[in-house]
Design a binder for this molecule. Sequence first.
Ligand code: BES
Ligand code: ZN
Length: 652
Amino acid sequence: MRFRFLAAFAFAAAMTLTGCKPAEKAPGNAATPVADTQPIPPILLTPEAQDVHSYANPREARVTHVSLDLQANFVDHVLAGTATLDVAAEPNAQKIVLDTDHLTISKVTDGAGHALHYQLGQSDPIHGAPLTVQLGQARTIAIDYQTAPDAKALQWLAPEQTLGKKYPFLFSQGEPILNRSWIPTQDSPGIRQTWDAKITVPEGMNVVMSAARDSALGALAAGDRRTFSFKMDKPVPPYLIALAIGDLRYKAISDNTGVWAEPAMVDKAADEFADLPRFLDAAENLYGPYRWGRYDLLILPPSFPYGGMENPMLTFVTPTAIAGDRSLVSLAAHELAHSWSGNLVTNATWNDFWLNEGFTTYAEGRIMEQVYGADREAMEQDLMWSDLQDTIKQLGGPKSPMTKLHVDIPASQNPDDGMTQIAYDKGAEFLMTIEKAVGRDKFDAWLKGYFDRHAFSPQTSAGLIEDMRATLFKDDPRMAKRIGLEQWIYQPGVPANAIHVKSEAFEEIDAAAKAFAKKGDVTAVPTDMVTQETIRFLNDLPRNIGTDKLAALDNQFHWNQTGNSEIRFAWLDLALANKYPPASKSAEQFLTSQGRLKFVEPLYTLLMQQADWGPALAKQIYAEARPTYHPVTQAGVDKIVGWTGTPTAATN
Ligand code: BES
Ligand code: ZN
């Protein structure tokens, strides 16, 4: 047998559901039919499944359930309380090793309250510190701890940084290895854990998590604090445990979908994502029943560093996706698709991040095509193709090892460093190529089966190839050879059999861009371009088109002021490269009003490359914007602009 699995012990989760009616309109357990409870899933013990970015020792002992009881302290920016872990261990296991990052541990006890010996190892800037607990006979351990005010996974926002300006806000972002800065557990994507949480917050604030919420407990008042309680009864990789606290309201879109947002945003958000139920239908059509109960979106404050994060049952979304015309909603299709690719079948290590993102980008396209039609999707695919070419150039050309799907990120490097657009675009291209080769029906049936066969399990590139050979290519192994599975996954560049989907609508746009670049006649530019056409048009224009032509466009389209973040970004990318002076103010406004990495990092990079005026402007804008950015965004931009300001003090 190729795989060996760690014997896992079943345990009884001692959670009692109150079964009470929700005290408010917000979704709670009562409204959530909870599907079958999963057994403790296996750990993959193949060499490729070894995670060098976790200190955990899952072969000896592994966490199977995490139970959090935490108080949120908005004065000191600290979460404090207890994490109680259920452990499955080999009979002669000595110890369990957990991941932590700047956690202050005050006590570790067993289930009966007896102290256990533990040791917090040396802290490493990327991985944090191992917490080794001597188990003895204990199979439950309770850790009293608190987080550091600058915990990497957490952003504490002052009231001024929210829409309502009245309450502070907190949100977490776990992927890839940040959750160890607020949860002491085995923080590896291959080690799945069920979990529950009790979160106590100041009166007036609401708590949401990536799990079913028990509204009845949420209503319990204790002094001027309220405790909310959550339960995730399906085993998830720990990076998917997520928390947000703020002045949040819920608006339903359908029975099982809706949005959470600050009050001033919730109607707008529900309208923008009104097609969410259609996305869910399309996804279920393709990949089988949605297994997580509800599917809600949480709209975060603008400092959220990502476009979206696929936290189970509750995708976290940047407000920059709300354009007002639903033109950027593919983001929700993407995060929803992760409910299968990523959250059901999960990359065993971050070296196979493409298994999460490539499959998801492919499925996102299929959902979009089903809901909005092939023409709209062809535009997205064509943009993706250009994006892939640009990414390859940026990464040093088609021979660069960075352009491989499976990457090898050594322990000395941050897993973030291997997470590029390659995983998304080349990953999706790979699956499109296979789909084309075997036919859509056969491919769809295979992919649906793949999600079922590996549900709630970790996966590697080697495991994928093995599965494909045993199923999809069983009767035609030569087909696998022709496609070149190994070349696609383990070699750099994009194989020649890749499919470039071309949008017919873009033909007119490309012609208009060409004509405009040549003559500068703005009447040659269509005035009714949709978002994807506008982006194509802007990306088509030469980076040295000159300020006169940009002024003509500015006059006609006012892209310096557009509230569509993707258009604003494409415009600024062009205008700053051309040193177009009126873009400076717009760049400053854009960079100080949101902190999404995808927009922020390239624009600072571009400014730093514009000799004479650029670096000074970048530094001036950053001095203002930095305090509002998420720790991850700060770390990224610090490197780009060579920030020498006082670094945030380390706390232990
Ligand atoms: N899982 C990612 C976000 C992520 C990636 C967080 C790596 C941390 C590390 C999410 O699903 C994603 O891909 N978001 C994209 C948007 C999507 C529409 C391509 C983003 O944030 O830009
Ligand atoms: Zn994704």
